[in-house]
Design a protein around this ligand. Structure first.
Ligand SMILES: [Zn+2]
Length: 330
């Protein structure tokens, strides 16, 4: 399958951090494929690559990104670009476009800097998690890209001698912080679709023989809609929170994708995306957007060289994407 050969060619370029010479090389490779497919190629001020079928009343784009995290797999972003091109080239309908956004992994600089506004955007992407694998479903339709609140919690105790302070006379800030970590797990488990993570812990004074006097933990809390995010953030009492709102996927596009899954006889499963994507940026900017997820194998692992999706699932995803674009371009 040509898609798999092209994924190999991109993987051969190695890790591709946004706006690095390696990402440039990937964009040059893709631009060559776009021209070969007869698309009209342009690059915008943010460096995003667009290949269009000229004309058309409605501008309908599909695509993803070609930059990677360090130590990346070979499917994240790349699959949506290569399969998107295949779908656009197969249909050849005026107004269709294949797009490659720059620098997605570090915060979606490309899609944030993209000033052109299509009438619809559909992104095919690997799930990067185990939901489809567990449900025995090859594909899934994304309902929303989760919003998140990030900040920290501070715990204060009394530093003291680790040998001479009796256990019943201690105010240990790290023990309090540990109780918070466990409570955060329970709070998130109690809200459907929510997750909460403590990823950093700073302990002061930080001596092996000193009772911790002050502990700061990071908190990353995510939920699929604003109501659940409010509930989660309030229960965790996050200090100095920064918030990114959830992005709902457009019903029109979800319906087109569900229709394709039915047509192909695949189970119709809908799920939120716990990871951020360019589709969320476009949705927040008012572009009706949708995403089709492809099952991730190896337990759903991503941002790891063990990232994997099967040729069968990819072929089915291409079929569904092509059909959905045909419905949306009409
Ligand atoms: Zn991605």
């Amino acid at each position: 399958m040509r898609i798999l050969e092209r994924l190999d060619e991109l993987a051969a370029l190695g890790d591709r951090i946004g706006y690095s010479p390696e990402e440039d090389a990937a964009h040059e490779l893709a631009a060559g494929w776009f021209r070969e497919a007869g698309l009209e190629v342009s690059v915008d001020a943010a460096g995003n690559l667009l290949g269009r079928v000229p004309g058309g009343e409605r501008q309908v784009w599909t695509g993803s990104h070609l930059d990677t995290v360090p130590g990346a797999g070979r499917f994240d972003g790349t699959l949506g670009v290569v399969a998107g091109l295949e779908a656009v080239a197969t249909l050849g309908l005026p107004g269709l476009g294949a797009v490659v956004f720059r620098d997605e992994e570090r915060g979606c600089a490309g899609s944030r800097g993209c000033t052109a506004r299509p009438d619809a955007y559909v992104e095919l992407h690997i799930e990067q998690g185990p939901t489809l694998l567990r449900a025995d479903a090859p594909l899934g339709v994304v309902t929303a890209i989760v919003g998140y609140v990030r900040g920290h919690r501070t715990f204060t105790g009394t530093p003291g001698h680790a040998g001479t302070t009796p256990m019943d006379a201690r105010e240990d800030a790290l023990v309090e912080a540990a109780e918070f970590v466990l409570r955060a797990r329970e709070v998130a488990r109690g809200i459907d679709g929510a997750v909460a993570t403590v990823g950093q812990v700073t302990v002061e004074p930080g001596g092996t023989n000193v009772i911790p006097g002050r502990v700061v933990v990071s908190v990353d809390a995510r939920a699929p809609d604003a109501g659940r995010l409010d509930q989660l953030a309030a229960a965790l009492a996050i200090e100095e929170p920064t918030r990114t709102e959830p992005s709902a996927m457009a019903e029109e596009i979800r319906a087109a994708l569900r229709g394709e899954l039915e047509r192909l006889g695949a189970p119709v499963l809908e799920l939120p995306s716990g990871a951020g994507h360019d589709a969320g940026i476009l949705a927040s900017a008012g572009v009706p957007s949708g995403m089709l997820f492809v099952r991730s194998l190896n337990g759903g692992v991503s941002h790891n060289p063990a990232e994997l999706s099967s040729a069968e699932d990819i072929a089915l995803a291409l079929d569904a994407l092509t059909g959905a674009l045909r419905r949306l371009a009409g």
